[in-house]
Design a binder for this molecule. Structure first.
Ligand SMILES: C[C@H](O)[C@H](O)[C@H]1CNC2=NC(N)=NC(=O)C2=N1
Length: 477
């Protein structure tokens, strides 16, 4: 219908201007492009009106508060004012009227559903991107008409314009687009998408697929996991981008230092659990990081935490953390990667640990990234499970005199003497590989492992196994 009326208008105009049909015969173009072609030529209707050509306005009544000319050019659009005329009474703009004006807005693209126009670009850096977004808000607020604004990968900006109240495009959208194009930004890189210039010779504009508002699955996944994690284990994992030590729901503060014991284990997992990196990723949405990047970090780290805790993936599944995303140096930076012997020790411990699925995961298996972890363990950070535990036993454990270094987080049932594996006599032990000594007691999650696998605090206090002494150390379950 629209196409026919435009073509009729066009043929009347062409007859009048002597621009005969024969000189302009559109190649067999799909309907939208024919309309676009005719419409785009119609965009000059206001200049035609200046040449004494009169064309009826293609705009519905009461489209904007202040209408300049026929709002047919970018400058006329910029001179218009929505003036708060934006709500359920705002008239939809006919598609032809939209297409007639899009050539005046070459940086904008029409969505496939023809309800949104979008503009995307890569800014010089995050600051320029956010400055531009702020400049847009300065324009939008007085107009009473607001774009959807997306910042991804810290500097990719996408602006979507549509009139939500009527579910489509209205003249305020085009007015705001023209005003946004007038923002002088310091340095904009090329638009993300190729420029859709108006091609005089053939097709005017192609309707391009509308970009989804959620940048990508990782972002949604990151937000989803971050939310689930925060709900389940703590109100907030981060404060100002740094891991919080605030009390989480239900986590106990056993050693009275005001810090919940389990929090560290959570942060260790979230940051990929690697002592050598010891860093926490910053909070989703931190300006310095793109949501996508953080989404990836959150998705990877938190998914790993859940999988790890609930055994959905193979043991040792380590969190994917976006390598080149900014990371926050954690003052608990740990030293050194675990040695091969350490990992062997862990594998040894693991093989024995895995026999009893009810045992909580050992902190050692959390401390050492990519360490094999017992399958089907309960959520290590859950307030209801025994805390992750690690056993540091001195050499004279055999005599049974030495108290375990760490107070029990939650008393486990005392194993019967018979079920307790006897430590082989020292002489026999020399020949053996490091073995798991004693039944693990749930211990404070506070213990951290250094590159020798000894809990740092034990090492610092001069107790616990001597560095390099493998026998005294077991990744307890
Ligand atoms: C009351 C207020 O003016 C209306 O809700 C406005 C606000 N800004 C708006 N902006 C956009 N893009 N669409 C709307 O429908 C809309 N409505």
């Amino acid at each position: 219908m629209l196409c026919r009326s435009f073509l009729r208008l066009w043929s009347q105009t062409a007859a009048f201007t002597g621009f005969s049909q024969s000189s302009w015969r559109p190649r067999q173009l799909p309907p939208i492009q024919q309309i676009a072609r005719v419409g785009a030529l119609g965009a000059r209707s206001s200049s035609w009106s200046r040449r004494g050509m009169s064309t009826a306005s293609d705009l519905p009544e009461n489209s904007v508060a202040v209408l300049v000319g026929n709002a047919g050019t970018a400058s006329e659009l910029r001179a218009c004012s929505t003036g708060g005329c934006c709500g359920k009474d705002t008239p939809l703009l006919p598609l032809g009227a939209v297409l007639a004006r899009l050539p005046e807005l070459p940086l904008w693209r029409l969505s496939e559903d023809q309800k949104v126009i979008s503009r995307s670009f890569v800014a010089k850096n995050c600051q320029v991107a956010i400055q531009f977004i702020n400049d847009v808000s300065v324009i939008a607020e007085p107009e009473g008409h607001h774009p959807d604004l997306h910042l991804t990968s810290w500097r990719n900006v996408q602006i979507d314009l549509t009139t939500h109240a009527i579910g489509g495009l209205s003249l305020p959208d085009l007015v705001l687009a023209a005003k946004i194009d007038a923002i002088k930004s310091k340095v904009l890189k090329l638009p993300l998408l190729p420029q859709a210039g108006f091609d005089e010779k053939s097709v005017a504009l192609k309707a391009l697929p509308r970009t989804s508002s959620v940048a990508n699955l990782d972002e949604a996944r990151g937000e989803h996991f971050a939310k689930r994690f925060a709900e389940r284990f703590s109100e907030r994992l981060f404060e100002d981008g740094r891991p919080t030590t605030r009390r989480g729901q239900g986590s106990d503060d056993e050693d009275g230092d005001g810090k919940p014991l389990q929090r560290d284990a959570e942060v260790m997992i979230l940051s990929g659990g690697s002592p050598s990196r010891g860093r926490a990723s910053s909070r989703p949405g931190t300006p310095g990081l793109s949501n996508t990047a953080v989404g990836k970090m959150c998705a990877g780290a938190i998914a790993a935490a859940f999988d790890h805790a609930f055994g959905e993936t193979s043991p040792g599944h380590s969190a994917e953390v976006d390598e080149d995303a900014d990371e926050i140096e954690d003052d608990d930076e740990m030293e050194g990667q675990p040695s091969a012997a350490e990992l062997a020790l862990l594998a040894e411990a693991e093989s024995q640990e895995g026999q009893d699925p009810n045992l909580s995961m050992s902190l050692m298996s959390i401390c050492v990234a990519r360490s094999p972890s017992p399958k089907k363990v309960r959520a290590p950070m859950s307030p209801h499970a025994e805390s992750p535990s690690i056993i540091a036993l001195t050499d004279d454990e055999g005599e049974g005199k030495e108290e375990p270094l760490w107070t029990s987080h939650k008393p486990l049932p005392k194993p019967s003497r018979s079920s307790r594996p006897r430590t082989p006599p020292r002489s026999a032990r020399k020949a053996q590989k490091p073995v798991l000594l004693g039944i693990p007691e749930p211990l404070s999650a506070r213990a951290r492992c250094d590159s020798n696998g000894a809990p740092l605090s034990a090492r610092l206090s001069g107790r616990g196994p001597r560095p390099g002494n493998r026998r005294g150390m077991a990744g307890g379950a």
